[in-house]
Design a protein around this ligand. Sequence first.
Ligand code: E4P
Length: 217
Amino acid sequence: MKFFIDTANLEQIKEAQALGILDGVTTNPSLMAKEGITGEENILQHYRAICESVDGDVSAEVIATDYEGMVQQGEALAALNPQIVVKLPMIAAGIKACKYFSDKGIKTNVTLVFSVGQALLAAKAGATYVSPFLGRLDDISTDGLNLIEEIRLVYDNYDFGTQILAASVRHTMHVVNCAKIGADVMTGPLSSITGLLKHPLTDSGLATFLADYAKGN
Ligand code: E4P
């Protein structure tokens, strides 16, 4: 399972990268705005900095909602670095643009996916990644994990190469449950990754080992 971090915060990206287990980064316009990154040039520059801070794929989202605009913005993003994955919204123009980029060998991530039918269309358009938003479905009392399970079933039925990128992951149990049901990738905040490190028996066990070692030295 690949681990992506879902942030535009360079410090957090570097912290996750330093752990040695990071496979990439996802961003979105809200995460960029949260870091105070505004204006086209600053946003492009920030994507360059993210690519330099991480080994692996970096999803960069288009803002246009029409096909021509998506193609233009996606090409500008893809030209920044081979690590860039063009992130496209799950609307008709996004699917059409996804097909355009897949035919050109440019990686894509179809985002804002909330149904199996949408995921099927993204796979048909040759998406590299499809992003079902697990946490946002849970927020409205719908089973987000169930959506990922159903997409897994459909993709396996037809051997689609599109990778299921479990997005909107909020906590460690989302990560563990996504791994159990076969999501290819998860993207979440730094806390959803570092939280996996923690267990009280690890802490108490280590404290005992160190104390026993100290007794003999
Ligand atoms: C995915 O690519 C999105 O950036 C993200 O996972 C959305 O997460 P949220 O629902 O916590 O905003």
